[in-house]
Design a protein around this ligand. Structure first.
Ligand code: UD1
Ligand code: CA
Length: 466
């Protein structure tokens, strides 16, 4: 039978120094919350090592919000909770876990993670776990070297044993030690159960330190990890920025491996869940948030901002385009300087040019809106052309109304359509028209004042400069 492990993510703290309204586990990073990372990586670790396991969270500060978020985002995964009403220390948090999660004491091993270290990956957990097994240890603590170890527990290695001294309790000499505790541990559950209740709070903070679990025991060891960045804990907004920068590098590296070319990856902000197909190019200063899904061979122009946008294969998004909750079909061309507002469906091979705004539209294949237009609450049929300065007058001050334009229509420049209105297929509207009556298929309409030209009269109107 395979080994079993309980993974517990300590998530009770408030995160005062982040100065955010949300509790620390729900602090945002690349469109996810901090707590998403240890949860996802824990599940991955269980799977990769073919373990039987369960994931639990110790919650406290704003627990309802944390648990609601987790339940909503992992509906099919069994996650259990323990409540720590007062944050009396990390050992106390673990005590709450064993007291409240019925399965907890039955697992062979227990891994302890923190909600605020989002850069730890399943591979790091595996490395720690395999070391514990290979050495047949009772417990291992992941450590790293930080030239500026301020705030961390220091690793004091003795002849046989080692212990962890929290900064507050450390002497000048110990404070100089640069090997520090990451807060990630894997231990035999039986070892924890034997010693957890012996931990006291006789220290400068008056807290129950989980790190005391390693004190005076020979069969435990620190495992030094090479990359200190892995263990960055988010305590301040500065840490959050560092974490997002590193996550961005990780995200863009992954996309690059999948065949996406970045002209300047470090200038882009791309949410963790965004997908981009092979052969696509992302120019500098692009922001893609939410569930953007970018197809193959797409170009995303410099300075473009996309939120929950679906861009199909071969489409071109020219610079400084803003798209929110829209779908751009294959080989369409959008921008530069276009604004695609929610519920826009831009058909294949369509063309939306500069200073065009769309909202709640369905444009069929090959529709052209090339310059300076507003198209809202509208449907436009295949291959119709809306000239420069076209406007759907969709709003009467109280309600929105719909404009329907058929196939193969030519709508002259500077025309307005006062909705509700319906234009049949193959219609032609003369430039500068204000159309307020529906048109049957094949009809022509012109609705502008007739021109009156008086020969020689210009002289009367031209002012002479003094
Ligand atoms: C802890 C370690 C320290 C290590 C550092 C790494 C202890 C005593 N110290 O210190 O050696 O270098 O992490 O970042 O463990 N939490 C609870 N309930 C509590 C207290 C904390 O759930 O009562 C949670 C926090 O929400 C957080 C995690 O445990 O996710 C770590 O707690 P924190 O207060 O940040 O510990 P550090 O002082 O950073
Ligand atoms: Ca911390």
């Amino acid at each position: 039978m395979s080994n079993s492990i309980g993974l517990v993510i300590l998530s009770a703290g408030q995160g005062v120094r982040l100065k955010m309204k949300v509790p620390k586990p729900l602090a945002p990073a690349l469109g996810k919350c901090l707590v998403d990372f240890p949860i996802t990586e824990s599940f991955r670790f269980i799977e990769q090592n073919k373990l039987q396991g369960e994931i639990s969270l110790v919650t406290g500060h704003m627990r309802e919000d944390v648990e609601k978020y987790v339940n909503e985002n992992y509906p099919s995964k069994p996650i259990t909770y323990a409540f720590q009403e007062k944050q009396l220390g990390t050992a106390h948090a673990l005590r709450c876990y064993f007291e409240q999660v019925s399965q907890a004491s039955k697992f062979d091993y227990t891994a302890v993670l923190c909600a605020d270290t989002p850069l730890i990956r399943a591979s790091d957990l595996s490395q720690l776990y395999l070391y514990l097994q290979a050495q047949n240890l009772d417990g291992v603590a992941a450590t790293f070297v930080d030239k500026n170890p301020k705030g961390y527990g220091r690793i004091v290695r003795g002849e046989k044993a080692f212990h962890i001294v929290e900064e507050k309790d450390a002497s000048e000499e110990i404070r100089k030690i640069t090997e520090v505790n990451s807060g990630l541990y894997i231990l035999k559950t039986s070892f924890i159960l034997k010693h957890l209740n012996n931990i006291d709070s006789k220290n400068k903070s008056g807290e129950f330190y989980l790190t005391d679990l390693f004190k005076d025991h020979f069969n435990v060891a620190p495992l030094l990890f090479e990359n200190p960045e892995t263990f960055i804990g988010v305590n301040t907004l500065r840490h959050l920025e560092d974490v997002e920068r590193i996550l961005t590098l990780e995200k863009t590296a992954q996309l690059r491996d999948e065949g996406v070319r970045f002209l300047q990856a470090t200038s882009c902000y791309i949410d963790w869940e965004v997908t981009i197909g092979e052969g696509s190019i992302v120019q500098p200063n692009v922001m893609m948030t939410g569930k953007c899904k970018i197809g193959k061979g797409v170009t995303i122009g410099a300075g473009s901002i996309l939120k929950n946008a679906v861009i199909e294969d071969g489409a071109t998004i020219k610079p400084y385009t803003v798209i929110e909750n829209g779908i751009i079909r294959a080989e369409a061309e959008i921008g530069p300087f276009a604004r695609i507002r929610p519920d826009s469906d831009i058909g294949p091979k369509s063309k939306i040019g500069n200073f065009v705004e769309t909202k709640k539209v369905k444009l069929d294949k090959g529709v052209k809106v090339s310059h300076l237009s507003y198209v809202g609450d509208a449907e436009v049929g295949e291959d119709s052309n809306l000239g420069c300065g076209f406007i759907t007058c969709n709003y009467d001050g109280a309600k929105k109304h719909k404009t329907k334009i058929g196939k193969n229509c030519f709508i002259g420049s500077d025309s307005q359509m006062i909705a509700p209105i319906e234009i049949g297929d193959n219609c032609y509207v003369g430039s500068g028209s204000t159309i307020n009556k529906s048109m049957p298929a094949g009809s022509f309409a012109i609705a502008r004042a007739r021109q009156d030209t008086k020969e020689g009269l210009a002289q009367r109107f031209i002012k002479k400069k003094e």
